[in-house]
Design a protein around this ligand. Structure first.
Ligand SMILES: NC(=O)c1ccc[n+]([C@@H]2O[C@H](COP(=O)([O-])OP(=O)(O)OC[C@H]3O[C@@H](n4cnc5c(N)ncnc54)[C@H](OP(=O)(O)O)[C@@H]3O)[C@@H](O)[C@H]2O)c1
Length: 259
């Protein structure tokens, strides 16, 4: 039977590249994002290149009902994804006390709630398969507190901790769970998060979304539980654990400060 990958945030950046990679590797797709025109473009491209079925579910995953509606949509298609790729995520730059609450709540609902809910909905059926895969996209931000993006960094701590525990629980059921941790990556994220003012992207090498997605796909297939992309990023967890936490936090603040 044909394999399918469900990919959230497939309209740009890392998610768009992951969709192309899964298609190249023989998967049919269910793709989600809010911008339907982008998803339609991707569907046409993949159907023309590979002839796979591509199903579009347009919608804002920060709305609490959306994960259930997406689950119902795939059920009606008679598809249980072999791969669930929880990639959609947003950031927000600036001091927490000045932040817009609606934006913060949306970020928590998208980065944490929808990822967790989709996993809870699909996991039992995925466990019935001989082998299946879950990729949760975190960040190198998962390894240290992040002044000037405090909620975003904390949301990625959650993704990492949740996914590592899930990898442990699910291994006996043939479900490989991998947390992809990109460092700074060229995509729409930086602009969308209001990070053009931050020094972060000037201070670290910036990967392309394609490089990160290619790496993430291979790591997922191998069942690598924590997949950190980039030679400069790989030591981040060890370095963060080595120094006092207050010092690490102060360094992140320096890196995140305005140009
Ligand atoms: N770029 C980086 O430097 C970087 C570094 C570390 C981790 N990451 C993580 O990588 C993941 C992908 O980000 P990216 O860099 O590829 O950024 P991106 O180009 O901005 O892509 C984000 C994707 O999420 C979708 N999305 C945003 N809000 C949504 C919502 N409410 N409901 C449904 N979909 C939504 C966007 O589509 P629509 O706008 O069409 O809805 C888009 O497809 C995120 O989880 C991000 O935190 C990125």
């Amino acid at each position: 039977m044909k394999q399918h990958a469900l990919i959230t945030g497939a309209s740009s950046g890392i998610g768009l590249e992951l969709a192309k990679i899964f298609a190249r590797n023989g998967f049919g797709l269910i793709i989600n994002a809010r911008r339907e025109d982008r998803l339609k473009e991707l569907k046409n491209e993949i159907e023309e290149s590979y002839g796979h079925d591509v199903h579009i579910f347009t919608g804002d995953l920060s709305i609490p009902e959306l994960p259930q509606q997406l689950f119902n949509f795939t059920n009606e298609l008679g598809i249980t994804p072999d791969a669930l790729i929880n990639n959609a995520g947003i950031g927000d730059y600036g001091f927490f006390h000045e932040s817009d609450w609606e934006r913060t709540a949306t970020m928590i609902d998208l980065n944490i709630r929808s990822l967790t809910h989709l996993t809870r909905l699909y996991l039992p059926d995925m466990m019935k398969k001989e082998k299946s895969w879950i990729m949760n996209v975190a960040s190198t931000a998962a390894f240290q507190p992040g002044p000037l993006m405090s909620v975003y960094y904390a949301s990625k701590h959650y993704v990492l901790a949740f996914s590592e525990a899930l990898a442990n629980e699910s291994a006996d059921h043939g479900v490989l769970v991998s947390t992809l941790c990109p460092g700074p990556t060229e995509s729409e994220f930086q602009q969308e998060a209001g990070m053009l003012k931050s020094k972060l992207f000037d201070r670290f090498p910036v990967a392309t979304s394609k490089e990160v997605a290619e790496y993430g796909y291979k790591a997922l297939m191998k069942g690598k539980r924590v997949a950190i992309y980039g030679a400069m990023n790989k030591p981040v967890p060890r370095l963060s654990a080595l120094f006092p936490r207050s010092w690490v936090t102060a360094v992140v603040r320096k890196i995140q400060e305005r140009k």
